[in-house]
Design a protein around this ligand. Structure first.
Ligand code: GDP
Length: 144
């Protein structure tokens, strides 16, 4: 059975451009419950650990510099089939390839400064939610 949560990060470019409100509104309008939310600034160590799968990629250094360049909003989003549903709402990694109406089409600057992160599997959603949030900071509609 598909999971009910995913982790999103509203990236520094979108926070700087005052897109936090519009992006959260779109998330809510698409039926996601916000189960946890905070505004933080990632340390270099946190950003490197979070994106460690991309360590060997040509864009890794640039991505880390960008992700630590300002505040980010991190949030746990809940919905049935959350990972796939949110990736659909987010759109393709490259905003030039993202479908009309998606968050990245509307708010991204380019392939790196692409407005939001979304988990890519239930397994990673679990890891990423634990990366940012203690149990006491979560307000799930699904857990009993
Ligand atoms: P996502 O799951 O759609 O976010 O994509 P990936 O996991 O493949 O990449 C992680 C993040 O790295 C993306 O969201 C972008 O911010 C950045 N990124 C991915 N591909 C490229 C690229 O080709 N060039 C640059 N500069 N950044 C990239």
């Amino acid at each position: 059975m598909a999971g009910t949560k995913t982790l999103t990060i509203i990236k520094p470019g979108a926070v700087r451009n005052e897109y936090v409100g519009p992006i959260l509104a779109k998330i809510n309008a698409n039926g996601f419950h916000i189960a946890a939310l905070k505004l933080i600034r990632l340390t270099k160590e946190q950003a490197e650990r979070f994106y460690s799968v991309h360590r060997e990629k040509h864009f890794f250094r640039s991505l880390i510099n960008f992700m630590t360049s300002g505040q980010v909003v991190v949030a746990i989003l809940e919905k049935e089939n959350a990972v796939a549903e949110y990736r659909k709402l987010m759109g393709a990694t490259d905003p030039l390839k993202a479908e009309k109406g998606t968050i990245r089409k509307l708010f991204a600057e380019n392939i790196e400064r692409n407005a939001v992160h979304g988990s890519d599997s239930d397994e990673n959603a679990e890891i990423e939610c634990n990366f940012f949030f203690a149990r006491s900071e979560r307000f799930s509609n699904f857990d009993t």
